[in-house]
Design a protein. Structure first.
Length: 152
């Protein structure tokens, strides 16, 4: 079997990618439902509800747990990786997003005072996630993993 066919046939990878993609699609649909505006660019953004990163690593870890066993070294490595990703999403990246929001407000205040062409690009605010966003992303990923490895 060639490498490309093996890659396309990797159920663990496919499940993780589909869980992440599903979370991103859900993010766009939630914006449409809650904010009443069509913003397809949100599909490519980080941050927001639900966490696609959490969905991805949770789906991967669930698939590995169901097929390799939760006592396997591969499950342990995947679970540690998932916890690091989720911790980073709620900690470092979330804090960076809050700092970006504050810096953008400061730049707006400076612009109002200076008014002479000072226009730096705004910083990205949606970098990280709240605990709820990570939790929902995780549940989405676990559900995708269970569906892919027990139903299909």
């Amino acid at each position: 079997m060639n490498t490309f066919a093996e890659l396309l046939g990797n159920r663990w990878l496919l499940t993780a990618v589909l869980a992440s993609t599903g979370a991103q699609v859900l993010k766009v649909l939630l914006i449409l439902l809650i904010e009443r505006r069509w913003r397809p660019a949100a599909f490519m953004e980080t941050g927001g509800m639900p966490s696609s990163h959490s969905a991805m690593v949770a789906a991967l870890t669930t698939g590995i747990g169901l097929t390799q066993g939760v006592g396997s070294p591969l499950f342990a490595a995947s679970a540690v990786f998932a916890l690091i990703v989720m911790y980073d999403a709620t900690g470092v990246r979330h804090s960076s997003g809050m700092q970006a929001r504050l810096l953008n407000e400061l730049v707006d205040e400076l612009r109002a005072v200076v008014r002479e062409g000072f226009a730096p690009l705004p910083l990205r605010v949606l970098l990280g996630h709240t605990y709820l966003e990570v939790g929902i992303g995780t549940l989405l990923g676990v559900g995708a993993g269970f569906f892919a490895f027990t139903v299909i």
